[in-house]
Design a protein around this ligand. Structure first.
Ligand code: EZ4
Ligand code: CO
Length: 402
């Protein structure tokens, strides 16, 4: 089964998505997500100019060999643009393999390890009360786990608080929106948020929180300690992770579970974090970490150290990534949780999919392959709309981490 054509499709049904479509000489096709939020065109060029010509005529069934060709063959290793491009190819090839076998991808991986994939939804509000009310709405919808982010008095544009509730979307302008960060105000505020949420919703619901890379290690340690009474499922991205060693300090000071990895593109970004047991959950996902083929290596390493998976699943990851991630999640032995932000109706229409939500769990469905397709005609009606992620500055103008 030879690869006959490779096409990159850019569409903006409410937000930008890049999708790779691979078609074989037997008429089977597969798709893979290639979206890198705010830097989409870099991956488009990488795929169109440097990857597509390599793939034509190759045997589509040789997923591992093609992965190695794209990884080693480029000479230049790792990096988000390259690993996102490889992920798109890898996902599309798993999709094709599933279709040619007549099996959903989770069956090819080894079959289901569980009945469904526990997900967490995103509750956010302008203040503590609004956020707590929103947590209640998620519980009513059946969610077993909810991430809570709140507006903070004195902090302009706190992370995770959108304009609309259902479809929070940070990439909101052609040039980055400027937000203002204040660590002291935040550290004082966060325990109050979770105190009220636990008081109003009890101990039964799993609660998560994303710090979004804003703290230094010692500040993160303090936050972890102050959140211990509220028994979080995890505290995410508490400090930037380029320096994996930095987590040693946080880890030694708090029992709040730590999650990190949504911006990681390879196993080398988390090797030390995992081997030194400095984290509890690894958040790398299909689209940004080299596809199913590489993600399962990361999960395999993590399993040795009782680190569980918690794949990134924000709206900038397309339904093609979500579909692939759900097959992975249903299979992976050391599954933890899956992030789930619902896409807009337009996005769901452009990407018809077999996965479905019920009572707090997602299931990838039984369609062969990843169970997600792209309606190219509809996609063409939504042209690319350049948007970038916000930036954060301190009150004296210093650039900070958004
Ligand atoms: O800000 O995916 O946990 N989820 C997140 C996301 C990220 C976006 C960036 O593109 O942190 O909302
Ligand atoms: Co995050």
């Amino acid at each position: 089964m030879k690869i006959e054509s490779v096409k990159v499709i850019v569409t903006c049904p409410g937000r930008n998505f890049v999708t790779l479509k691979i078609v074989t000489d037997q008429g089977l096709h597969g798709i893979g997500d290639a979206t890198l939020n705010g830097r989409e065109k870099a991956v488009v060029a990488y795929l169109e100019d440097h990857v597509a010509p390599l793939l034509i005529g190759k045997d589509a069934s040789r997923i591992e060999d093609i992965w190695q060709l794209l990884y080693r063959g480029a000479y230049w290793r790792r990096g988000p643009v390259k690993m996102t491009a490889i992920a798109a190819v890898d996902t599309a090839l798993w999709d094709i393999k599933g279709k040619s076998a007549g099996m959903p991808v989770y069956q090819l991986l080894g079959g289901a390890s569980r009945d469904g994939v526990m997900v967490y939804g995103h509750a956010n509000g302008a203040d503590i009360q609004e956020t707590s009310d929103e947590v209640g709405r998620y519980i009513e919808m059946g969610y077993k786990a909810v991430r809570a982010q709140s507006g903070i008095p004195g902090v302009k544009g706190a992370y995770g608080v959108g304009r609309g509730k259902l479809h929070y979307e940070p990439a909101d302008a052609t040039l980055p929106t400027e937000t203002l960060w204040n660590t002291a105000t935040y550290l004082n505020f966060a325990p109050k948020l979770f105190d009220q949420i636990r008081n109003e919703h009890g101990a039964g619901v799993e609660l998560l929180h994303d710090v979004h890379h804003r703290l230094t290690p010692i500040e993160a340690a303090r936050l972890g300690q102050s959140l211990e009474p509220y028994r979080l499922f995890w505290m995410e991205d508490c400090t930037p992770a380029e320096n994996q060693e930095a987590f040693r300090l946080v880890r030694s000071k708090t029992t709040t579970p730590l999650a990190v990895g949504e911006i990681f593109s390879s196993i080398y970004d988390c090797k030390d974090l995992i081997q030194n047991q400095l984290i509890d959950y690894i958040r790398a996902t299909v689209v940004h970490a080299g596809g199913i083929t590489h993600l399962r290596q990361i999960a395999g390493l993590a399993a040795l150290y009782q680190v569980r998976t918690g794949c990134h699943g924000a709206t900038d990851l397309s339904p093609a990534c979500m579909g692939a991630a759900l097959h992975f999640d249903l299979w992976v032995p050391n599954f933890g949780i899956q992030e789930y932000m619902r896409h807009t109706t337009e996005t769901d229409e452009v990407f018809p999919h077999a996965y479905s939500f019920s009572d707090g769990y997602l299931h990838p469905g039984e369609a062969p392959g990843i169970g997600v397709d792209i309606d190219e005609e509809l996609a063409a009606k939504f042209p690319y709309d350049p948007k970038q992620l916000p930036i954060a500055r301190l009150s004296d103008g210093t650039m900070w981490n958004w």
